[in-house]
Every structure is written in structure tokens, then in C-alpha cells.
Design a protein around this ligand. Structure first.
Ligand SMILES: Cc1ncc(COP(=O)(O)O)c(C=O)c1O
Length: 419
């Protein structure tokens, strides 16, 4: 048997697996770890959605294979969401596919459109599937540094312009000409948001450069100012070249249900639907029916979920600042993108995250895990309640009070860091 399989060889250990391993070790030693590592929503799914699932499970025939691209009622519900939220009209038959979470949708879209060696432009830092979905499909990745308002100090004009110029530069210097560009706002991990003007420029540029746009809008409903994130599909003509991914995971606290959507250009959606028709039979019908109930039903639950994240954000920013760690307030998403405190900046995000687990009983995600330009930061997920966040701040205060040198001697710095 060959030593390492071609695809597996191209996948470094999954970032969250690394964090989980550290956490498990500490917990096994009896530590009460405050887990702000993985973006795994902790709130219950709203009751009316759960009730719809239970009701549907009890019905005959819902145990059968479902529809790979999603049952018609679910695709219609997603079309209604795009119409009311973004004013974007979509044909549920040809422009919408239900996916097993946006992650699966994104990865299978990559598989559907990529030929070996195709070049894909991916922001860096970003959510890992944006890169590795394409790597698994045989693509070559060209990284576009993405620094945001809530992110690293940067030297150019504004982060949006910087990113667009990065796309232009990448296309100019890539052979073969890149096939697609990934956009993802509100960003995981930086929480950066953009306005419709940015999307208008991005669409114009992508059309000029003949690029497909894949937009990941997983945090469409998790925002904290009175400024809901727009959809790139609001730009007239964007649908000619764009597919956008959304998710019920964060919007309705349904991460384990695995329900998301790809919507947009018919040819691209058709390609995804074709690939998926070979791979799966769609989500379990009761999950699809309950997902449609989520989209069609009362939407107050979204506001409640948003308000919880907002209070946690405020609590985190305020209590961490009092503890001596200034964290910029994220405008959206469920993450704070926090610069490593000055005294620890030199050790880097991976070592700093390890120190937090070992010495402060807190798990966060190292910025490097989201790409090389994520170094210097850690991502703090708002997935523990305010009481626990305040406890984390107290731990941080004690941790920061101890000398950097003494910490440094306890945890050896490895020579090589894998993502
Ligand atoms: C930007 C982004 N896209 C996609 C996902 C995956 O979400 P889903 O549960 O819909 O697969 C996440 C999850 O954290 C995310 O942060």
C-alpha cells in the first residue's frame, strides 16, 4: 500500500482537531477549560423548529431517500428568504440547491467546477474549507492577503481596496489564468464586513477578469450594528458569475442539523446539483421540512440569538479590556479577532493558544490556523455564556500578571508549525 494517499497528503491536520487535542489533554488532567475555540453554537434550536422535526419524523414515508438538491418546499422557502432579506429574486428550480451545511456545499462546488491545476484566489486568513475544498479538488491556491478593520495593521489604503488590488495582482501574475475568487463577509476569522459598494466593485472586477465569484455568507444574520450584511447577489448582473452559500447553522442555532444552501448562477448551481446527485440523497426529509419551517416561520428567534451573541461580545470586550487584553469589538459573526497581547506576540499564535490552554484554562483558535496572514492574532468564539466569559477574563488577568519568561520556559516552542 502506498505510504500516504495523494489527497490525504495535501491535508494538514485540521485546525480544530489540534485545538481539541490540547483541550482534551487539559481536561483529562481535571482542568475546567473555558472553550472559546471552535465556532460551535451552544444555544438550543428554537422550539418551533424542533417541534416541526418531531412532527415530520412521525409521518409515514419520511424515512425514504429524500431529494438531493432539496425538497421543493425548502428551495421555495430559501427563495422567499432572499427576496425579503436582500430583494433578490431567485428561481427555486434552477438557482437554488439545498446543501448539507454550507461547508459541504462549498466543497462540492469546488469539486464540480475545478480541473486539476486550476488556480483559485482565496482570502488569507479565512475559513479553512475555502482553501482545502479546492485543494482536495486538485486546484492550486493563490492567497490574497486579507486584513480588515478588526484585523492586522496594514499599510495600504483601505482593506477593501487592498483586497481588490490583490485580486488584480494575482490574476496578472498567475498562469493559468485563475478560475474563481472566494469572498467571505462577515469574515471568519477576522469578523470584517463589507458594504454593497465593495461587492459592486468586486463583481465589476471579476467580470473584467473572467472570474467566478463564490461568496460565503454564513454569518448573514449574525451582526451587531443596525447594518445587516448585504448579499453580493444584490449587485445587478452578479448572478451571471456568482454562487453564494448561506447556512442555518448560526442563524437558527442548527449546526448539527447540517442544512445550508447554494444559490445563484444557473450553470454553476446546475454543476453542483449534478455532482451532488451522484454523492447524496439530500438531508433527512424531516430536517428539510423543519428547515423550511425555520425560514418560513416567526423570525423573532433570529433576533434573540443575535442579541445573545451581542451581549457576549460586549461582555468579552469589556471584561478582557479590564483584564489587560484589548480586543476590538467585532461588528458581526460569532468571533472576536484578537491581537496577541504585546508581551506574547513574539511566541506566535499557536504557542500563545497553547499557553492559554495550559496556563489560563482557556481554549481559543490560533490565527495561523486560518492562514499565514492570520499570525499575530487568535480567534475567540462567543460560544460560552457571559458568566464563563467573565471567568475567562479573570483567568487572563492572572495569566498576564505572571511573567512571560516563566511561561516561556514551561512550554517549549516547536521548530515547525503545521496548519
Ligand atoms: C465562514 C463559514 N462558512 C461556512 C461554515 C460552515 O457552516 P455549515 O455548518 O453551514 O457547514 C462556517 C462554520 O463555522 C463558517 O464560519
Amino acid at each position: 500500500m502506498i505510504e500516504e494517499f495523494h489527497r490525504v497528503k495535501r491535508l494538514p491536520p485540521y485546525v480544530f482537531a489540534e485545538v481539541n487535542r490540547l483541550k482534551a489533554g487539559a481536561r483529562a488532567r481535571g482542568a475546567d477549560i473555558i472553550d472559546l475555540g471552535m465556532g460551535n453554537p451552544d444555544m438550543p434550536t428554537p422550539q418551533h423548529i424542533v417541534d416541526k422535526l418531531i412532527e415530520t419524523v412521525a409521518k409515514p414515508r419520511t424515512n425514504r431517500y429524500s431529494a438531493s438538491k432539496g425538497i421543493p418546499g425548502l428551495r421555495k422557502a430559501q427563495a422567499a428568504y432572499y427576496a425579503r432579506r436582500f430583494g433578490v429574486k431567485l428561481n427555486p428550480e434552477t438557482q437554488i440547491v439545498a446543501t448539507l451545511g454550507s461547508k459541504e456545499g462549498f466543497a462540492n462546488m469546488a469539486q464540480a467546477i475545478t480541473a486539476p491545476g486550476d488556480v483559485i484566489l482565496v482570502p488569507n486568513p479565512t475559513y479553512p474549507i475555502h482553501e482545502f475544498g479546492f485543494i482536495m479538488s486538485g486546484a492550486a491556491i493563490r492567497h490574497i492577503p486579507m486584513v480588515g478593520r478588526a484585523s492586522a495593521p496594514f499599510t495600504g489604503s483601505d482593506p477593501e481596496t487592498e483586497f481588490l488590488r490583490g485580486i488584480e495582482r494575482a490574476v496578472k501574475h498567475s498562469i493559468p489564468k485563475p478560475l474563481a475568487v472566494v469572498l467571505s463577509y462577515p469574515s471568519n476569522p477576522t469578523a470584517m464586513t463589507v458594504g454593497l459598494d465593495f461587492y459592486a466593485e468586486a463583481v465589476q472586477l471579476a467580470k473584467k477578469l473572467d472570474l467566478i465569484i463564490l461568496s460565503d455568507l454564513a454569518y448573514a444574520e449574525i451582526y451587531f450594528d443596525d447594518d445587516p450584511p448585504p448579499s453580493v447577489l444584490q449587485v445587478p448582473g452578479a448572478i451571471d458569475i456568482t454562487v453564494e452559500f448561506t447556512s442555518l447553522s448560526k442563524t437558527y442555532a442548527m449546526p448539527g442539523w447540517r442544512m445550508g444552501f447554494a444559490v445563484g448562477n444557473e450553470r454553476l448551481i446546475g454543476a453542483l446539483a449534478r455532482v451532488k446527485s451522484y454523492l447524496d440523497y439530500g438531508a433527512f426529509t424531516p430536517v428539510q421540512v423543519a428547515a423550511a419551517a425555520a425560514l418560513n416561520g416567526p423570525q423573532a428567534c433570529i433576533e434573540e440569538i443575535r442579541a445573545i451573541y451581542k451581549s457576549r461580545r460586549d461582555c468579552l470586550v469589556e471584561s478582557f479590556a479590564r483584564a489587560g487584553w484589548v480586543v476590538p469589538p467585532p461588528p458581526a459573526s460569532m468571533f472576536a479577532w484578537a491581537p496577541i497581547p504585546e508581551a506574547y506576540r513574539e511566541v506566535g499564535s499557536v504557542e500563545f493558544s497553547k499557553l492559554l490552554v495550559e496556563k489560563a484554562d482557556i481554549a481559543v483558535s490560533p490565527g495561523l490556523a486560518f492562514g499565514e496572514y492570520g499570525e499575530g492574532f487568535v480567534r475567540i468564539a462567543l460560544v460560552e455564556n457571559e458568566h464563563r466569559i467573565r471567568q475567562a477574563a479573570r483567568n487572563i488577568k492572572k495569566f498576564l500578571a505572571r511573567s512571560r519568561e516563566s511561561m516561556h520556559n514551561v512550554i517549549p516552542i516547536p521548530q515547525k508549525v503545521s496548519r
